[in-house]
Design a protein around this ligand. Structure first.
Ligand SMILES: Nc1ncnc2c1ncn2[C@@H]1O[C@H](COP(=O)(O)OP(=O)(O)O)[C@@H](O)[C@H]1O
Ligand SMILES: [Mg+2]
Length: 601
């Protein structure tokens, strides 16, 4: 295998189990300024809250001292101010804190939404750049679930990180305030907060384990429903909907269990924290009062501020717990993205201006080590040739054309284009010159024109020309909305044969030099078969054609035919020579002549 293209440094870090620091930096990495702003707002909000509470207590004390006049003798700040002034100050503080609500709401929302978009686009980009081998191995529904559900859960980590920053700074400010008012009380709260954090760690880890179970369960569920969607028709026909419901039902149950446990722990831990800190608070106060420590006037304020600090501590614990529970989802994204990127095929640098020859030189390929699917295949095809490929099912025909299309790299041997290893050519040049029609047509949910255009910059004229060449134009103009008719994978209005011809038009629209077809099976209607055959006959002069033939009649248009058997090139000759030399060809033609379906296996 040639060396893989150098990738930019992996921002996800080295191991699948990333450290918390690594994860936090990953989630807020490019939003440092917003995070700093959030921290500043949280600090100011905390100070405003502490001041508000202190002023509130001062007002209460003033009213207790002089209910009638409200004149101040003893207040927390030893400031001689009228109660009315204090009330105004309190009101201003409330207004100020309310104004702070805006940045405190905007910043987390902005950070989380950007993190979500970044995770999605990075993951999608790495998927689309991954090798075909990796893409084709992806289990049904997994890619979708990773990019939607798992990303949503991982985004939770960004939200929790912002809550963590917010609540941690309010907590610290409230603690600082209580230090000013009463050192002993503040120390008691700090010590109990730290002790509680340690005590609750096992609960924290249990939460992470449940989250991991949930992540797995969701992937299985996604796979189950994707399969149900794909097999809807078969499920109906075989009348097995009940069994399928039971199977997906079990996956739903596993998910529900994991979700329930994760939520339970996620809620239990902060609540346990809050109760424990309240008890500590009462004990601490009892100690203070019994020892007569501190100014009795300040005790009321301390009590209030410490209680608020306890709530902030709970918020810190809750955010921390939830952040940790997002980690398994982030790890999965990290692992998936790394897998995709490691598989990225090398990018060539040579420009490709035309394809004169295509050659395999002792090419071997295996999906699993030690089990070769193609062995030692060598051939050369010149531009303009028409090559049929036949052989028993499982012989390796599709694998061969995947190498031919540069979807897979040979394990051994070389694939040469114009005498140069194919992978050395710029892939954009390659894609412009080589097209493919798969065995199963796959349409996108869009108009016929867009299906033919297929994300490329082609004008209507090119689209119509391709449709004519593929013998689908007459069908299209017969539909009420013509080229604007919306089609899709399950469009009833479009028959299998028409879908196949739309895919042929798609392949021809880019004016390729080489066209590879995995010929449609016998499911094709006779009319479409004739039309496609006609089309290919017309194209023979303009293109290099490779056709995996499932029907004997297809071979009529081929100049030469490859016989693939057990992963080896058993023969590659003109039909006349094959008739003499290839036992497989003779038995296949005899079978086809006898069978009305004229099928080649
Ligand atoms: N993605 C894959 N992973 C593992 N094995 C595969 C894969 N695709 C095909 N094979 C195996 O490789 C062999 C050749 O398959 P294929 O090239 O599809 O044959 P053909 O097109 O001639 O029917 C078969 O044994 C098949 O099971
Ligand atoms: Mg095949």
């Amino acid at each position: 295998m040639p060396p893989l293209r150098r990738l930019p440094p992996d921002p996800w870090g080295k191991s699948a189990k990333a450290s918390t620091r690594e994860l936090v930096s990953l989630l807020v990495g490019d939003r440092r300024l917003s995070m700093a702003l959030l921290a500043v707002c949280s600090i100011i909000s905390g100070i405003a809250e502490a001041a508000f509470l202190a002023v509130l207590v001062s007002i209460a004390l003033a009213l207790v001292d002089h209910p009638k006049t409200g004149a101040q003798h003893s207040n927390l700040f030893h400031i001689h101010a009228a109660t009315s002034t204090l009330v105004i100050v309190a009101a201003l503080l409330v207004v100020f804190r309310t104004a702070l609500l805006a940045p405190l709401a905007i910043l987390p929302a902005r950070i989380a939404s950007r993190v979500q978009a970044r995770l999605r686009s990075e993951l999608f980009d790495s998927f689309t750049a991954a090798s075909w081998g990796m893409q084709s191995r992806e289990r049904e529904g997994h890619m979708q679930e990773t990019m939607t559900g798992q990303v949503a859960q991982a985004t939770g980590a960004a939200l929790q990180a912002t809550s963590l920053v917010g609540s941690a700074f309010s907590f610290l400010v409230l603690l600082a305030a209580s230090f000013v008012l009463n050192v002993e009380a503040a120390v008691i709260v700090i010590v109990s907060a730290v002790v509680l954090f340690r005590v609750l760690r096992p609960l924290n880890r249990a939460g992470v384990r449940r989250a991991r179970a949930l992540s797995d369960a969701q992937m299985n569920y996604a796979s189950g429903i994707a399969q149900a969607n794909r097999l809807a028709e078969e499920t109906r026909v075989f009348g097995v909907a009940e069994a399928q419901r039971a199977q997906v039902g079990r996956q739903i149950d596993v998910s529900r269990n994991a979700f329930y446990r994760m939520q339970l722990i996620g809620r239990l831990a902060p609540n346990a924290y809050q109760s424990a800190i309240s008890v500590m608070l009462v004990i601490g106060l009892a100690v203070l009062v019994s020892k007569g420590t501190g100014h009795v006037v300040s005790l009321g304020a301390v009590l209030l501020i410490l209680y608020r600090a306890g709530s902030s501590g709970q918020a810190v614990q809750g955010a921390w717990q939830s952040l940790r529970q997002c980690i398994p989802f982030i790890e999965r994204l990290q692992e998936t993205r790394r897998r995709y990127e490691a598989s990225r095929p090398p990018e060539g640098e040579l420009p490709l201006t035309g394809i004169a020859t295509l050659a395999f030189e002792n090419v071997s390929f295996a999906y699993r080590p030690g089990r070769p699917v193609l062995s030692d295949i060598s051939f050369e095809v010149a531009g303009g040739d028409t090559v049929g490929i036949i052989g028993p099912s499982g012989a390796g025909k599709s694998t061969l054309i995947q190498i031919l299309l540069r979807l897979r790299l040979p394990d051994e041997g070389r694939y040469l284009v114009n005498g140069v290893p194919a992978e050395e050519f710029v892939s954009a040049d390659w894609h412009e010159r080589v097209a493919y029609v798969p065995q199963e047509p796959r349409l996108v949910h869009a108009s016929v024109a867009e299906n033919i255009r297929f994300f490329r910059d082609l004008d209507d004229e090119a689209v119509e020309r391709a449709a004519r060449l593929a013998r689908i134009h007459d069908d299209i103009v017969g539909w009420p909305k013509g080229y604007k008719t919306r089609v899709g994978p399950r469009a009833d209005a479009v028959s299998g044969g028409q879908q196949q011809r739309i895919c042929l038009a798609r392949a021809l629209a880019g004016r390729p030099e080489v066209l590879v077809l995995d010929e449609p099976t016998s499911a094709l209607d006779p009319q479409s078969e004739v039309l496609i055959q006609e089309s290919l006959t017309g194209l023979r002069e303009e293109l290099t054609l490779f056709i995996i033939a499932h029907r004997m009649s297809t071979l009529d248009i081929c100049r030469r035919v490859m016989v693939i058997q057990d992963g080896r090139l058993a023969a590659f000759d003109t039909i006349d020579l094959l008739k003499e030399q290839s036992a497989y060809y003779r038995s296949a033609s005899a079978l086809a002549a006898g069978a009305t379906g004229a099928e080649l296996l």
